[in-house]
Design a protein around this ligand. Structure first.
Ligand SMILES: Cc1cc2nc3c(=O)[nH]c(=O)nc-3n(C[C@H](O)[C@H](O)[C@H](O)COP(=O)(O)OP(=O)(O)OC[C@H]3O[C@@H](n4cnc5c(N)ncnc54)[C@H](O)[C@@H]3O)c2cc1C
Length: 445
């Protein structure tokens, strides 16, 4: 083996994802501390005839980060490279966890515009699969990228943005949601803005009221989302809008009761009981869907958008055209009501405006996301398969990091620019250094 680099390298242990449904046994793992070390590790792997795959924090439910070759760990490729206040940008190392970025930005009086539900993931891992929150005007985390730096399969370092050569612009269009197929991202430049306040309004609402008013709720709020509790007609809605302040964080007791006790502690117990006694799930759902109460609070963005998720689950999420969301959700409700399925986890509905990223789930179309979850250890195939059938009928695009069964043939039909992505992959990685079984399925050989 060519293993002469200074990059921390060791025989790998078994790698596991957060949900515990995916494992990998790479030949070796490396922990580069710079773009140069990472490029060297890529060249060495190629020389040894091994595949290469970078992992983030393993928060994907799909085998996107799995390799039997060289696993690149993100742990030492972290930190803020540069903050440019005048330009409104921050450049971060690819392995930086979102929580570290959020805290560092807040200390500087800055923030990302929009984000997902949690902030454990690395910046490169999150953006590579199209991680998103909910937004009327602001899109996924990857859509906030202004420039990125990647190590390509030939070991060279490329910086790209929507300026530059035609090839650099083509890479930028695709690599923001690159599913690890085009190169290893080493740094990302995000657009940031002065820190702002968001007022969150959480309010229980009936399923009929939310679905009837979905278009208006979406149009009237900067960030609207809701959860429907299967086996009930109950939803919990969340409206986040910018506020002139003052900050009014949830009281400690309220935050603990809602975020820790109900959303994690009691929910964990309820899920365990439901898994052991599926017949009890509808009764538990009726109680737990009523336990959450209306509340309003005002805080900085990451404290409003994200919350801790300690209850482990499996998840599938589909992006459908926004106008199909209510029909698709009603079909999911009818499916659960007429089947023996017992579903202990709420169904989450979010939105995103169309973006211009080649394989973003919101590429070129205004989107609604419908996500289904089940407590870890509960058989999920029957539920996910039945829901997937509904989503496919609506031209659904699966989240790249969440459970799904779609292949390249299907995906080529729902992404108008699919061939543009695979042609770029052919140019950048003709030997398929970055291939794995997952990419073979979703992109083809
Ligand atoms: C509890 C929980 C909550 C979640 N909430 C949301 C949410 O609100 N919204 C949402 O959209 N998703 C959500 N997800 C999904 C999650 O954001 C994505 O799966 C994300 O990709 C995970 O990031 P990661 O850092 O763990 O990357 P990993 O899962 O480890 O890797 C994901 C992909 O990125 C690639 N990758 C990693 N690093 C690099 C790099 N440096 N260069 C190139 N490719 C790279 C990997 O090879 C792999 O293909 C959630 C997941 C969990 C478990």
């Amino acid at each position: 083996m060519a293993g002469t680099s200074r990059t921390a390298s060791r025989t790998a242990n078994t790698w596991r994802n957060w949900a515990g449904n995916v494992t990998a046994r790479p030949v070796r793992e490396v922990m580069p501390a710079s773009a140069e070390e990472l490029a060297e590790a890529v060249r060495e792997a190629a020389a040894d005839g091994l595949k290469v795959k970078p992992a983030g924090t393993g928060h994907s439910f799909t085998a996107a980060a799995v390799t039997d070759g060289v696993l690149i760990r993100p742990d030492l490729l972290t930190g803020i490279r540069q903050i440019d206040r005048a330009a409104g940008t921050v450049t971060v190392e690819a392995g930086t966890p979102l929580k570290r970025l959020n805290v560092a930005l807040a200390r500087e009086g800055l923030s990302l515009t929009n984000m997902g539900d949690i902030m454990e993931q690395t910046v490169a891992g999150a953006t590579s699969t199209g991680t998103h929150g909910t937004g009327r005007d602001s899109a996924a985390t990857a859509a906030q990228i202004l420039a990125m730096e990647l190590v390509l399969a030939d070991g060279s370092l490329l910086t790209c943005s929507d300026k530059g050569t035609a090839e650099e612009r083509a890479v930028f269009a695709a690599a923001r949601v690159g599913i690890g197929a085009l190169g290893v991202v080493t740094a990302i430049t995000f657009a940031v803005e002065p820190l702002f306040l968001l007022t969150a309004r959480e309010e229980p609402m009936s399923f009929d009221r939310v679905t009837a008013g979905f278009d208006a709720l979406h149009a009237e709020n900067e960030h609207f989302e809701f959860y429907w509790f299967p086996h009930t007609g109950n939803c919990n809605t969340k409206r986040n809008n910018r506020s002139a302040g003052p900050a009014a964080p949830p009281g400690r007791v309220s935050a603990w009761v809602e975020d820790e006790l109900l959303s994690n502690g009691v929910f964990q117990v309820a899920c365990s009981v439901g898994r052991a006694f599926p017949a009890a799930v509808p009764a538990i759902a009726k109680v737990s869907s009523r336990a959450l109460s209306a509340r309003t609070y005002t805080d900085i963005p990451y404290k409003v958008f994200t919350s801790p998720r300690r209850v482990r689950f499996m998840e599938m999420e589909y992006a459908v055209p926004r106008e199909a969301a209510v029909t698709a959700l009603r079909e999911v409700k009818a499916l659960i009501e007429r089947s023996p399925l017992r579903v202990s986890f709420p169904v989450e509905v979010r939105t995103a405006p169309a973006d211009d990223i080649t394989l973003s789930t919101a590429s070129g179309r205004d989107t609604a996301y419908i996500a289904v979850h089940l407590y870890r250890g509960t058989p999920y195939q029957a539920y996910f398969t039945a829901v997937e059938r509904i989503m496919i009928a609506h031209g659904g695009r699966p989240h790249w990091g969440k459970v799904h069964t779609r292949d390249a043939e299907y995906l080529a039909g729902v992404y108008p620019r699919f061939a543009e992505f695979t042609a770029l992959r052919d140019r950048l990685d003709p030997q398929r250094l970055f291939a794995n079984d997952y990419l073979r399925r979703v992109l083809g050989e």
